[in-house]
Design a protein. Structure first.
Ligand code: HEM
Length: 332
């Protein structure tokens, strides 16, 4: 971005100007630099640059007012976008819980089990989940930590935590990307939108009405939305994250700031989406966690939430190799 602007030269204590001006150049060998000239340059929104002999023009910038604007965006706008996304979703989930309560299996547990996810599917899911949760916490520390955590734990502990957090963030990005590719390859075929999804969405998946269970295959429309949010959001996070990991690849401070905003905003939205997912996959819905816990779900749960998938499984067309019997196996 610095290359886009013509320069204002500040040499030997004098301000030699050329219009339009956006840069002030400091002569480092000058006996003194006139402070008022520097202040003037800064107040009019110009960057102050020195003279350098290396070919990287960014390295010549001493003070960049754009950096101050950026700091305000970082600690203001991004801070509030993150807070609103997370607290907003938590508030919605609390209201949903108070209104609807835990979604029970209407017909009760049957005692018969069906294998829902193979070991490979569960491995990919938990690798994705574990890496995402640590990435989210360490990333949130960069946006919220200084305001919320530092006053609580003090500078020393905050410094140590942030340093370790940065290392964890940089290295866990790789298993996250691996898991993202695995999850995509394993489940994309079950997440192609179809006519049934529209019916499911019109009935809001029966989430708000006891006893209403629109038909669904392996994944219902709500889960497809989660899947595509995770895949698209994860891909955007990966792309912007790689750019931030290798700032040498990013041309200018402006581009670097663009990737940071993209990274932070996508992360905030994705954290909110994943919070809703974690709620439904654990306390929010009876019998759901087993699918990713030991891989087996109760047949009645499956019939209520994924009726067409159960039919397919019972017909033996889609029985995974891991399944112990040709169809459902009784619980102990
Ligand atoms: C402690 C946290 C988590 C729990 C308890 C959990 C639970 C579950 C469960 C039970 C399922 C299967 C639902 C079914 O049988 O239909 C599932 C699926 C899935 N999970 Fe998670 N999960 C967690 C974290 C995550 C995270 C952090 C991500 C992504 C970053 C994620 C992404 C997915 C995706 C894409 C699916 C398939 C689509 C869907 O069912 O919504 N999960 N999860």
């Amino acid at each position: 971005m610095t290359r886009l602007f013509p320069r204002l030269t500040l040499g030997l204590g004098t301000l030699a100007a050329s219009a339009p001006m956006a840069f002030a150049q400091v002569n480092p060998t000058a006996d003194s630099v006139r402070e008022d000239a520097l202040m003037q340059a800064l107040q009019s929104g110009q960057a102050v640059t020195g003279r350098i002999t290396i070919p990287d023009p960014n390295a010549a910038v001493l003070i960049d007012p754009g950096g101050r604007d950026w700091a305000i965006t970082h600690s203001g706008t991004l801070f509030w976008i993150t807070i609103v996304a997370i607290l907003g979703m938590l508030a919605l989930l609390v209201v949903f819980y108070l209104v609807r309560g835990r979604i029970r299996i209407d017909s009760g547990f049957s005692g018969r089990k069906i294998l829902r996810f193979t070991m490979l599917e569960r491995f990919a899911h938990w690798l994705l989940a574990f890496s995402f949760i640590i990435l989210a916490l360490t990333g949130l520390n960069l946006i919220l930590g200084r305001a919320l955590l530092l006053p609580l734990i003090g500078e020393g502990a905050f410094g140590t935590l942030s340093a370790w957090g940065k290392i964890a963030h940089n290295y866990l990005a790789w298993p996250f990307m691996l898991a993202l590719v695995m999850v995509f390859l394993l489940w994309v075929v079950h997440n192609i939108p179809g006519r049934l999804d529209w019916i499911w969405l019109k009935q809001a998946g029966g989430l708000f009405h006891k006893g209403v269970h629109p038909p669904a295959k392996k994944f219902n429309a709500g889960q497809k939305l989660i899947f595509w949010s995770v895949i698209i959001g994860g891909a955007l996070l990966s792309w912007s994250g790689i750019m931030l990991l290798f700032p040498g690849e990013v041309g200018s401070a402006g581009e670097w700031q663009f990737y940071q905003v993209m990274h932070a905003v996508v992360a905030a939205v994705m954290i909110a989406v994943v919070l809703a997912h974690i709620y439904i996959g654990s306390v929010g819905m009876e019998g759901a966690f087993d699918a990713m816990g030991n891989g087996e779900v109760d047949e009645n749960w499956a019939r209520e939430h994924h009726s067409l998938w159960v039919e397919e499984r019972m017909s033996g067309k889609t029985t995974p190799k891991e399944e112990r019997g040709p169809t459902a196996t009784p619980a102990e």
